[in-house]
Design a protein around this ligand. Structure first.
Ligand code: CO
Ligand code: ZN
Length: 337
């Protein structure tokens, strides 16, 4: 599985520019599903038939990036963030455009460190003039973080673990599932990082009976980190809330029951800031029961996101078990007769 992780995390694909990563995933899942389609937002929808109810899984294939807004006469690029980016993590880092052009991010002179904002940063692609820069990039082009995957054994580091590690989990579960209890709609969504956009239209189009997003979540296990009862290596999480949703109680219970029945270690997750595709799914049409499984991840939205391999292995087990276990909980809080 590590080979697949390397291939998937290293692929280029900032929000709105998912063609390359979609190609990689299409190739991986094609042999294991009954049907594959791509919708108008670029979502990759892989369907595996097996039951009466429809379950939708969402793993976003887009990553954060930077969009060129201006090129000055000396060939330096200014940019706008695609997704949540902190200037603190960008200086000295490299970015790569879809055509392979690499640039380094640096900063103007600052009076004080608190003056460090994104508009004090620029990208140097090695051009001396605007004309030279324009031979390689144009206004509106988007670059992703350029950093290779590292295998530390137990722990893995890369850019775009958010959320390619979830794409890998979903791919692996599709390979492993033998008796699907549902019609499985495995959706590799687009534009999550700019507002859960792909998942919103995919959920509307599919109209599933329930939806489960797979994403990364923060941890509380680094020096002086915010208080959070999630750690690397203690299993994937069953989410209770994030900024985009309160997980549907029956779905959360179902996920916990499946984990317990299969002896899969898991953690309960309360994420104070940050949203997931499940938030968009839940608010689709007349409301869709939704939950989330997360992979604990340190240093989210940096060039070096760190996860624990064992959490990925257990994540594949949990998603596979969910695919094979019918949901019998309430599909609504308000049962009418
Ligand atoms: Co993210
Ligand atoms: Zn994410």
């Amino acid at each position: 599985m590590k080979e697949l992780i390397k291939k998937v995390v290293e692929a280029y694909g900032p929000a709105g520019n998912e063609a390359k990563i979609r190609e990689v995933i299409t190739e991986e899942v094609s042999p294991y599903v009954d049907e594959i389609k791509v919708d108008a937002l670029g979502n990759l929808i892989a369907v595996k038939r097996g039951g009466e109810k429809k379950i939708m899984f969402a793993a976003h294939m887009d990553e954060i990036g930077v969009m060129v807004t201006h090129i000055d006469k000396h060939g330096f690029l200014r940019f706008y963030p695609v997704g949540g980016l902190s200037p603190l993590t960008l200086i000295g880092n490299r970015v790569i455009f879809e055509n392979g052009t690499v640039g380094v991010i640096s900063n103007e002179k600052l009076e004080a460190q608190k003056d460090l904002t994104l508009n004090k940063l620029f990208i140097d692609i090695g051009a001396d003039t605007k004309e030279q820069a324009l031979e390689k990039v144009n206004i509106g082009d988007v670059a992703a973080i350029n950093r290779e995957y590292v295998d530390l054994g137990k722990r893995l580091i890369s850019k775009a673990m958010d959320d390619r590690i979830a794409c890998v989990i979903l791919i692996e579960a599709l390979k492993k599932v033998t008796k699907p209890a549902y019609d499985i709609y495995a959706v590799f969504t687009t534009q999550e990082e700019v507002g859960l956009r792909g998942a919103r239209v995919a959920a509307y189009g599919i109209s599933p009976d329930l939806g489960i997003a797979i994403d990364v979540t923060r941890t509380g296990d680094t020096p002086e980190s915010a208080t959070m009862d999630v750690s690397l290596g203690k299993g994937p999480t069953v989410k209770i809330r994030d900024s985009s949703l309160l997980c549907t109680p029956s779905v959360r219970r179902y996920m916990e029951d499946v984990a317990k029945a299969n002896g899969i270690e898991y953690q309960l997750e309360v994420l104070e800031a940050g949203g997931t595709d499940a938030g968009a799914i839940q608010l689709t049409k007349g409301g869709i029961p939704a939950g989330v499984m997360s992979v604990p991840c340190r240093y989210i939205h940096t060039a070096s996101e760190m996860i624990d391999y064992n959490d990925v292995v257990n994540g594949v087990k949990l998603i596979t078990a969910i695919m094979e276990t019918e949901f019998t909980g309430a599909l609504s809080h308000y049962i009418t007769t």
